[in-house]
Write a protein that binds this ligand. Structure first.
Ligand SMILES: Cc1cc2nc3c(=O)[nH]c(=O)nc-3n(C[C@H](O)[C@H](O)[C@H](O)COP(=O)(O)O)c2cc1C
Length: 173
């Protein structure tokens, strides 16, 4: 069962949990895949409620989002198995069916083709209405060095911002 919520009532919770790690779930070519995200923001643009996710070019999730521009954001309410954020934050859907490996329980989406996840019940269903590759030249040198430095595994692996219009918000019960 899904209990509808007012997004604004959960804005603080969404912000706090994003800083600790939440899931971004996508679906394309019959595959459902979740990755851990620690960056993202809630706001309003074009008179619509929006959640923006920042996805590096190397992620399998980027390929999936470009194929099917819909996603769910899955936020814990209470304690969860730390393995969930660990596996989804270190393994790629290219190599592993993370949903099956973790035994996660999927709930069909209401307004998108991507499911919610019962174990992380606070759910935002999102349709991508804008995407933008972040412009390396416009990134402050301090952050460019810290997050994309030459000679590191993240060299040149810039983020794309996907603006998801929130089309449904609820708690899976
Ligand atoms: C706490 C945490 C936060 C993360 N936040 C992000 C993020 O905001 N954006 C991103 O591109 N990768 C982020 N990652 C890395 C991805 O979750 C990781 O590379 C994942 O394996 C990608 O999965 P995929 O290849 O199936 O898309 C984060 C990882 C952790 C552990």
């Amino acid at each position: 069962m899904k209990r509808k919520i007012e997004i604004a009532d959960y804005a603080g919770k969404i912000m706090t949990e994003t800083g600790k790690g939440i899931l971004l779930t996508t679906k394309a070519n019959g595959q459902v895949n979740s990755m851990t995200i620690g960056w993202g923001f809630l706001g309003i643009q074009w008179a619509k409620p929006i959640f923006v996710v920042l996805v590096r070019q190397s992620r399998h999730t980027k390929k999936m989002l470009d194929e099917n521009p819909e996603f769910t954001v899955n936020i814990p309410l209470g304690a969860i198995d730390p393995n969930i954020l660990g596996v989804c934050g270190t393994k790629s859907g290219r190599d592993l069916d993370k949903i099956a490996a973790l035994g996660l329980t999927l709930e069909e989406g209401e307004t998108v083709s991507v499911p919610a996840i019962k174990e992380l019940p606070l759910t935002l269903e999102c349709k991508v209405i804008y995407k933008q590759d972040q412009d390396p030249a416009a990134i402050a040198p301090e952050n460019d060095t810290r997050f994309y430095a030459k000679g590191t595994a993240n060299e040149g692996d810039y983020h794309t911002a996907y603006y998801g219009q929130i089309t449904a918000a609820y708690i899976v019960e």
